[in-house]
Design a protein around this ligand. Structure first.
Ligand SMILES: Nc1ncnc2c1ncn2[C@@H]1O[C@H](COP(=O)(O)OP(=O)(O)OP(=O)(O)O)[C@@H](O)[C@H]1O
Ligand SMILES: [Mg+2]
Length: 261
């Protein structure tokens, strides 16, 4: 199973949207794909129209991270959305998870303990992060083998990236975890034509040490798919956005290049 974090502490840069539609693209290509909603806001869970897990009533991911769990319990967290696509839904106790993790031992390793139990069940696992750099995102980084960074064309994206890359380096140095591999940047919510200022930011994003592996325009079909609880690959597979997510999946190294027809 590939282990991917979709991470950026900057809010609203389409982390959730990219997780959903990249995941849908991989599922449509026949890959068994698990999405994990690590954000208490539950936007990914809601977009898939899957019920949230109820703290107290059933095991939640946060509870499993705090108490530990066995393979059957880890599997009980997973809900099926559609063919080849599963999700571990959000739950409200994710909001208090960082505070609770701070008083545990091995506090950055807890997600790894749970998700490694599911490693044989899926081809890909994509984790949608909340917009933060805290002990819960440290858990995701510790678990992840790859990091894909959604960004938008905004001057603060450049600053946010600097902070994010610094945080990863600090974590690697402090915990001696292996350095995750950066798949690259996905520039999302692109609205053309650009103003002169946005053109400069767009250009700067292409001149960073990380490759740009995807470019997704702002489109109403994205909101429509979400309202239907579908991925773009299911809702409008012939749309330009669906094609761009397929291009992303190839360029970022998830799917092989298909020979031109
Ligand atoms: N390509 C797109 N076209 C149109 N709308 C989009 C596109 N990508 C994202 N959006 C919309 O932009 C908003 C922010 O996207 P999203 O929720 O995916 O960002 P996020 O980074 O996950 O936010 P947060 O930091 O709050 O978790 C959402 O309403 C989403 O539907
Ligand atoms: Mg989100």
């Amino acid at each position: 199973m590939t282990r991917d974090a979709l991470l950026n502490q900057k809010g609203g840069v389409a982390k959730t949207t990219t997780t959903l539609h990249l995941g849908g693209t991989l599922a449509a290509a026949g890959r068994k794909t698990l999405l994990v909603d690590m954000d208490g806001q539950g936007n990914l869970t809601d977009a898939l129209k899957v019920p949230r897990l109820e703290p107290g009533g059933e095991l939640t991911l946060a509870r499993a991270m705090l108490d530990g769990c066995d393979r059957d319990q880890a599997r009980s967290l997973v809900r099926r959305h559609s063919e080849n696509l599963w999700v571990i839904p959000s739950s409200l106790d994710l909001f208090t998870l960082p505070r609770q993790l701070h008083s545990t031992r091995s506090k950055e390793e807890r997600l790894d303990w749970v998700l490694e139990l599911l490693g044989d069940d899926f081809d890909h696992c994509l984790v949608d992060c909340r917009p933060a750099l805290d002990v819960d995102t440290d858990n995701i980084l510790r678990w992840a083998e790859h990091v894909l960074i959604p960004v938008d064309v905004d001057e603060f994206s450049l600053k946010a990236l600097e902070l994010l890359l610094g945080q990863v380096q600090t974590l690697v140095a402090e915990t001696r975890m292996p350095m995750p591999h950066y798949r690259g940047l996905v520039i999302n919510r692109i609205a053309r034509p650009f103003s002169g200022f946005h053109a400069k930011v767009y250009d700067a994003l292409h001149h960073l040490p990380l490759p740009v592996v995807g470019e997704i325009p702002l489109r109403t079909v994205v909101a429509e798919a979400k309202n239907k609880g579908q991925t773009i690959a299911q809702y409008e597979p012939k749309s330009d956005v669906a094609r761009m997510f397929r291009d992303l999946a190839v360029k970022a190294g998830y799917l092989p290049e298909t020979p031109a027809a």
